[in-house]
Structures are given as C-alpha cells and as structure tokens.
Ligand binder design. Structure first.
Ligand SMILES: [Zn+2]
Length: 413
C-alpha cells in the first residue's frame, strides 16, 4: 500500500478521548485525575484494556510507567516510543497529556489494522505523575526512567495527607516488576497541546518546539513588624506585604525591561498573620522565571535582586531569598524536529517553530534518547483548567503527523 496516503481515524480518536474524559469528569467539563488516585487507577485500567485489544505486549515498571509494545521485523533494534501522561491537574482539562497517550494509541491501532510491518518495534507509554500536583516533583515517572531521579526517593514522596508514592502505587496495583530504568530508544515523539495562545494567534495547526525553556524558581521571605493597625501611625511602619507588593510588580516588569524571550511570574503568596487588623509581619512569595535564552535569567535575576534589596531597605523589611530549583533549557533532537516540520508540510498543515514554556516528560527523555514534540493549538491558549479545549480536527492533524513521524523512524535501519 501507499504509506503516504495512510491516515488515522479522527472519529475513533475523538470517541476514545471522550470515553477517557468520563473518568474523573468534573461538572465544569474538565477532569480530575490526580496521579495514583482511584481515578488514575480506573483510567489506567481502561488504557490497558485498549492496549490488550490490539495485542500489545504490556510492561509496567516499578514506578508505574506503562509500556505497550508492538513487534517489528527486527526486534533486536531499539524501538520507537511515543506517549505522554494520563494524570491531570485537580480541575484539569480533557486534552493535556491524555492526547499524547491516546494519539499514540490511535497510531498503533492504525498500524495494526493495516497490518503494517515496521522494521523496529513501536511502543506506547504512559508516564506516572507528570503533573506533580498531588506529589512533588512533577515528571516523576519519566525522571526515574531516564535515571535523573532516584526511585526510592520518589517512592518516599508524600501527598498532603502523608500518603507516599510507593504505597499508592501498591494500593492501585501499579507498582510493577520491570526495573524503572532507561533502555535504548531509537526515537521518542510526544504529541501535546500547546498550552499557550501562539498557534491560534498565528493561525497555525502544528507547533514544532525546538526544546523546553529553562526554569528558575526562587522563594522570597520578607520580614516586617506586626502591630495593631488602628493605633499605629502610617509613618515608621514596616509592612511586609507592602514591600512584597512592590517587589511583585518588579517581577512583572522584568521581562519587558530585559528584552528577549522571557516570562516572570509570582504565583504563590503567604501573608502572616493575614488578619485585617494587623500590619503584615511576614510574607513569603515565589518567583518563577523561564527563558529560552541561556544567560538571560541569570542577568535578570541579578537586576531583580538589586530592586528587591532597595525596596527592603526603604521599607525596613529584611529579606531572605532561597534559590529553590533551576533546570537548564532542553534542546530536542534536530533531525527529529526537522522530520516533524517536513511531515507537517507534506500533510498540508501550516506549522510554526516555537519552544515549550511548560515542562514536559519529553524534557527528561531527550536527555537519554533522540526526542521531538508535536504541538496542537489550545483554544484561547487555556490549559490546566476545565475549559481547556482543542478542536477535534486539530487533534486528528497532530495524530497524523505523529503517525508519519513514527512510521519513518520505525522503518529506519
Ligand atoms: Zn501535560
């Protein structure tokens, strides 16, 4: 058969996504499938049943990553791997993660029903705890598999109720036997929603990320002096919240000031004692800086720190800063990125080179195997919310690009 004419079945993909979205469905039209919850278990069970339907060989590793494998002509060659994550945010959407898993499933169904013989095995994966919302850190399953995170350390990570990953894996029946460690992969492709507004704004259907931006997390503690609000005059106050407010605006102004490709955000703030009639005595807030440029965040942070210190001095509110976490930028495999671009072109989909502003399992995998991602537009650029939406035709388009990328890699010597 003429392979270039081969297409996935968009209706089947949609039905599969809709069936999955019933698990943990929220009244607002999203899903709640926290990692290793009962909903995650139910979703995994359904996923496994679909893998069995097409006779994939199933492997579950020690951290609950699920793999399905379809043999090739030469099974001593490293497989082509594709997938993403089934878990979601507490009130997450129906596309983040799961599109990459069920898109890969649709590709395998298409290969199977057309009785295609690939040279290399083709494998699908669901990575455990990508979101990092119930258990920190995020990207746990792919991180352990890529041997960048320690398995036993991950087992011991607890949720807010003190339940540990190791125990919860056991409880839902997904603590597998297979060692959670990398093996040779010829190519890894991950289909994912963009989670931003750029593709929609530019009128493109396929986004081709060159990699994932670097990420820098800081924790800032501002020390003021608490006092009764009524009797204490305005002069001479050491209001930690006012100091923090000024600092937060500096964070917001930072990207425009620095120029270049960067975003900076304060997303979390704790005010103590948080009482309407006490002057705030202490504030803790977080700073998140992301950039595709390697040295920009360092320069930006140095500027920001100077501003913070000035504000702290002016308001008499001493400052303590922790540099909590930092991840270097990830560049995907140029050859595979180019393949995604050419495949989108061949299939007639307008595409756009970009970078991923969000962390991805593909980030860890790219450190141990050639990796590329395929983005499809998010309507209004919304994600991690119930109204997260991607057009069905765009889901199908991305899955067709995935199909042809996988086929090319799977036919390679
Ligand atoms: Zn995701």
């Amino acid at each position: 058969m003429d392979l270039s004419k081969l297409r996935v079945k968009g209706d089947r993909l949609r039905n599969t996504l809709e069936e999955m979205a019933k698990i943990g469905a929220t009244p607002g039209g999203g899903v709640n499938r926290l990692a290793l919850s009962d909903e995650d278990k139910q979703a995994r069970n359904l996923f496994l049943s679909w893998l069995r339907e097409i006779n994939l060989e199933i492997m579950i590793d020690e951290v609950g990553n699920i793999f399905g494998r379809r043999s090739g002509k030469n099974n001593s060659l490293a497989p082509v791997l594709s997938g993403s994550h089934i878990d979601s945010q507490p009130k997450g959407g129906r596309f983040d993660g799961i599109l990459g898993v069920l898109g890969a499933l649709e590709v395998l169904r298409t290969i199977q029903e057309n009785h295609l013989e690939t040279l290399r095995p083709v494998m699908i994966v669901n990575w455990t705890n990508e979101e990092g919302t119930r258990f920190s850190p995020a990207l746990a399953g792919s991180g352990v598999w890529a041997e960048k995170l320690d398995r036993d350390w991950i087992y011991a990570r607890a949720d807010i109720q003190g339940k540990k990953i190791g125990e919860e894996l056991e409880r839902i029946g997904y603590r597998g036997k297979q060692p959670a460690q990398k093996w040779p992969v010829h190519a890894y492709y991950e289909l994912h929603i963009e989670q931003g507004p750029i593709l929609e704004k530019e009128g493109k259907i396929i986004g081709i990320p060159a990699g994932i931006v670097s990420l820098h997390w800081f924790d800032v503690y501002v020390e003021g002096k608490s006092n009764q609000v009524g009797p204490t005059p305005m002069e001479g106050r050491n209001d930690a919240l006012c100091a923090a407010a000024e600092m937060i605006l500096k964070v917001n102004e930072l990207p425009a000031k620095m120029g270049g490709n960067m975003v900076a955000t304060v997303g979390e703030i704790h005010n103590f004692p948080n009482s309407r009639n006490i002057i705030p005595g202490r504030v803790h807030f977080t700073v998140d800086i992301r950039s595709w440029d390697d040295d920009l965040p360092g320069r930006a942070w140095a500027e920001l720190k100077k501003d913070f210190e000035k504000i702290a001095k002016k308001r008499g509110c001493p400052l303590r800063i922790e540099e909590t976490w930092s991840v270097k930028r990830v560049s995907f495999n140029e050859r595979l990125v180019q393949r995604v671009k050419e495949t989108a072109e061949k299939l007639g989909f307008p595409s756009l080179p970009m970078v991923s502003g969000a962390g991805q399992d593909a980030g860890y995998i790219s450190q141990v195997a050639p990796t590329a991602m395929i983005f499809v537009p998010s309507i209004d650029g919304r994600s991690h919310v119930e109204v997260e939406e991607t057009k069905w035709e765009d889901c199908t388009a991305g899955t067709n690009v995935l199909l042809h990328c996988i086929l090319q890699s799977a036919m390679e010597e």
